[in-house]
Ligand binder design. Sequence first.
Ligand code: ATP
Length: 328
Amino acid sequence: MAKTIKKIGVMTSGGDSPGMNAAIRSVVRACAYHNIECFGIYRGYEGMIEGDFVKMDARSVKGIINKGGTILKSARSKEFRTKEGREKAHQQLVKAGIEAFVVIGGDGSFTGAMIFNQEFNFPVMGIPGTIDNDIFGTTHTLGYDTALNTVVEVIDKIRDTASSHNRLFFVEVMGRDVGHIALNVGIGAGAEEILIPEEDLGLERLLESLRRSKKSGKSSSIVVVAEGDKIGKNVFELKDYVEENMTEYEVRVSVLGHMQRGGAPSCFDRVLASRMGVKAVESLIDGHSNFMVGLKNDVIDVTPFDQAVKGKSKINTELLRVSDIMSI
Ligand code: ATP
């Protein structure tokens, strides 16, 4: 029989993403529903070390489901990477009577949680919050769907100006290690080419494709480039390369940057966050720990932290073929 938990902490850690507030709301309300006290931990592990906690009830999370960012703030903590730092964090939790916590963040945050759990046998559950969708054990991380919609909307706007001036645009989107965002927005926004970390398209093929595009009568072209694309050239280098080799094109670059992380979460992310928060709290109540909550085949399931951290999130290769066919 699992020990009854009376106080649960919730925090956001690492980079922020839309849907984190909806997940905080869900954890707080699931706690209220099960008569468990809930404490917000400010600024991730940094705030945990400092004992920066606030008691939260169902009403303290009103009006946040539609807000981007995180009301609990997020941070990266160097001190938590040390044994002394984690000891301080543990002492603060014990002092406040917090017996378990839910961390909303990326794989770094889960690694920290896993080590903390091993050292202090402290119950912890994770909710994946990052726009990159680069976490194993879930088809969707919180914020990913919102980011896709944000980026598609921006590329639609870029296309308006591209087609008015017969221009070629290289649009850089987030995705250092995985091309989920680039691949999906590329197809969704009708890009001519999509450059991702998983595949080296080759510069020659890129030129060929752009020449073909021009010949077929297209007046403008959009190439979506993930930050970590395998060709290894950034968007400015790509612009120079294409301009040197294809004088018929006027090339422009747009680096979307942090705007991709902001904004109101999509309905999908709000629902996902609500489901994940409930699952995280109920897993702790059932005596489970050291798992990340995730979405698999539309079912909310759990994956052990070590698998979530070590595993690699893979792109859907069918999308590569679809993109090829669409850019004819
Ligand atoms: P993002 O996807 O936005 O990078 P993340 O959760 O991976 O999010 P990180 O900065 O890697 O972000 O990790 C967040 C925090 O987790 C770190 O600042 C640190 O406090 C803690 N952490 C990460 N790795 C470890 C580790 N090996 N040991 C202890 N704590 C860690």
